[in-house]
Design a binder for this molecule. Structure first.
Ligand code: CMP
Length: 131
């Protein structure tokens, strides 16, 4: 999911290009805006964390671009492509090193397991939106 800081800065195309050039197939993709309730639900796993309130507020503040991606070893390879959560620690050339503004406004989110990728894909897309 491309986050509001990256969409508002006009970086959706550049980030999508990096994703495709890294060998991912974009199976589904759209523009959307989360309500605070839906952002809270998406990040429910972080509910007890001190940053949850700010994260929910930020993630519902603007346009997001959720995608379903396909590739062998996708979860691990995508996390390498996007870099560390904190852009200050993200390796040079990664999406977050190039485009992130802060730890919340960190340009992009990637699923942390195949299981969560399925849950998060179902959160954003119905079966009719995939091909
Ligand atoms: P993301 O991959 O979307 O998953 C949860 C998000 O919480 C994370 O990226 C960050 O944008 C945000 N966040 C804010 N503070 C922290 C923190 N201290 N540790 C981890 N994630 C954080």
């Amino acid at each position: 999911m491309i986050k509001p800081d990256a969409t508002s800065a006009g970086n959706t195309g550049a980030i999508t290009k990096m994703i495709e050039e890294a060998g991912f197939r974009i199976v589904a993709m759209k523009k959307a805006q989360l309500t605070p309730e839906l952002a809270g639900k998406f990040y429910e796993i972080h509910k007890e964390r001190p940053f949850y309130g700010e994260l929910v507020k930020y993630m519902s503040s603007g346009t997001i671009v959720p995608m379903i991606l396909e590739k062998d070893n996708a979860v691990e390879d995508f996390r390498k492509l996007i870099g560390a959560t904190d852009p200050k620690k993200a390796a040079p050339g990664t999406v977050r090193a190039l485009f992130a503004k802060s730890i919340d406004a960190n340009a992009i989110h990637g699923s942390d397991s195949d299981e969560n990728a399925a849950i998060e894909g179902n959160f954003f897309f119905s079966q009719f939106e995939r091909f």
